[in-house]
Design a protein around this ligand. Sequence first.
Ligand SMILES: Nc1ncnc2c1ncn2[C@@H]1O[C@H](COP(=O)(O)OP(=O)(O)OP(=O)(O)O)[C@@H](O)[C@H]1O
Ligand SMILES: Nc1ncnc2c1ncn2[C@@H]1O[C@H](COP(=O)(O)OP(=O)(O)OP(=O)(O)O)[C@@H](O)[C@H]1O
Ligand SMILES: [Mg+2]
Ligand SMILES: [Mg+2]
Lengths: 265, 265
Amino acid sequence: RAHVIVLGNEKGGSGKTTSAMHVIAVLLQEGFRVASMDLDSRQRSLTRYVENRAAWSQSNGVRLAMPDHQVIELSDKETVAERQEDERERFQAGLARASAAHDFVVIDCPGSDSFLSRLGHAVADTLITPMNDSFVDFDLLARVDPQTYEIKGPSVYSEMVWESRKRRAMADGGSIDWVVMRNRLSMLDAKNKRRLEGVLEALADRIGFRLAPGFGERVIFREMFPSGLTLLDLKEGGAWSMSHVAARAEVRQLIETLDLPLAEM
Amino acid sequence: RAHVIVLGNEKGGSGKTTSAMHVIAVLLQEGFRVASMDLDSRQRSLTRYVENRAAWSQSNGVRLAMPDHQVIELSDKETVAERQEDERERFQAGLARASAAHDFVVIDCPGSDSFLSRLGHAVADTLITPMNDSFVDFDLLARVDPQTYEIKGPSVYSEMVWESRKRRAMADGGSIDWVVMRNRLSMLDAKNKRRLEGVLEALADRIGFRLAPGFGERVIFREMFPSGLTLLDLKEGGAWSMSHVAARAEVRQLIETLDLPLAEM
Ligand SMILES: Nc1ncnc2c1ncn2[C@@H]1O[C@H](COP(=O)(O)OP(=O)(O)OP(=O)(O)O)[C@@H](O)[C@H]1O
Ligand SMILES: Nc1ncnc2c1ncn2[C@@H]1O[C@H](COP(=O)(O)OP(=O)(O)OP(=O)(O)O)[C@@H](O)[C@H]1O
Ligand SMILES: [Mg+2]
Ligand SMILES: [Mg+2]
């Protein structure tokens, strides 16, 4: 059975697809067999990233390691119950196929609450939740007091993860290692950064997730999407900027924090 | 009838809620009567912003201009057709109430495709589409060639806007002024920025939207969410940083670009 890594956060634009693509790229580079699944069949950003990668590799005659990718389409049946049954069947069949033949399955979820997203969360061995360094993003994890920044209680997404943990335990006795990573960290705003650090650490203890150091705001994380490349594809020793070097270190540090069963594969 | 301003983009995290709140704040400051509607009843970021504002105003004894706010809840009926009918009825009733008693109605949409979002788009007088300065975000507007950056064709969100324009014209002969604004502009990456500028200008002519200068990446746009304040609430002449001054100018510039019927109100 493959190790399942899910990228999830109901908050839009937190960095799920970007992080998914970089986790996939590192695991491929380390020689693992990687399957990927896109549960956002309307936006298809991860699918598009992989398509761009295949097209670029083809038109430039460069061999690139590719994930074995699939998209799970939304159902268009008439009742909600029929849609859920159809989506569950196709998700489970897709996951079974991917898991049997690979070491890792990386699943990208949409930036909203959906039935497929909940299915994905319930099968996660590792759940990575990227978030912008902002109280707008934090608000989906927990509410804070505006004067004291004390945590007042969990929000909808934390509750959904809690639900998923229960479902996972009931399904096969397994557990979800939940890792929250800060993304697009600014080099500047110290005060806001410190406040978020404080509330994240307090919340981590309270609701049970681990914190990863995360990614800085760096254009190298986004500018290669049209060609499907990532910074992992760039030759070492080339004309690397300070930001490239730092970005590479951040990706490696994330993988280390995830504590994946690399040796057992 | 009020002038309806819709914040829309199926791409998550592009800056819809942040822009909505700042447009609301400016219109309130100019003395207009403003109603706001949140079509994302699960994430509720705009609703939370407004709630935080009311709570802060209350506990600090400071009078703050407030929008007349409502959330349109998702339907939980059995079939998809029944859900859509229920959501349409409540949306239209909510809009009629808001439009009758205010000069402007500002509608915030979720970062995904939803029936309520499509209803919102179809009644827009002005549609503001914020986007990150990234080809990941641009991909929902159009596809580009990875070598030449030529536009290969419109994507799902542009097509949805096109649909909405048709629906609007059929409903009452009106038209949607579509304005795309770049958000979280970096002070650094010149190459990526120039490329995006090029493709946005080419696309604007081709599918008919106007470009607004947009907002820079500034912590002042996000750090006051827990208190519900915006930079418009800060006293002029206070200890303003360069970034505050620039941010204020960017918000004013957006309002100017929108070419709203301010005089007629
Ligand atoms: N570390 C980073 N540095 C710079 N830009 C980033 C970084 N991470 C993500 N981005 C950009 O931020 C935006 C949001 O990232 P992304 O699309 O990966 O988030 P998401 O959570 O998958 O969004 P959605 O909710 O729409 O699925 C994109 O434009 C992306 O290019
Ligand atoms: N100009 C800006 N400068 C700095 N941070 C910003 C700016 N605009 C938005 N943000 C931050 O970027 C993130 C995304 O913004 P926001 O939540 O407004 O986008 P959205 O399109 O409403 O997202 P969703 O798709 O989830 O509804 C938030 O963390 C917000 O605080
Ligand atoms: Mg995504
Ligand atoms: Mg929003």
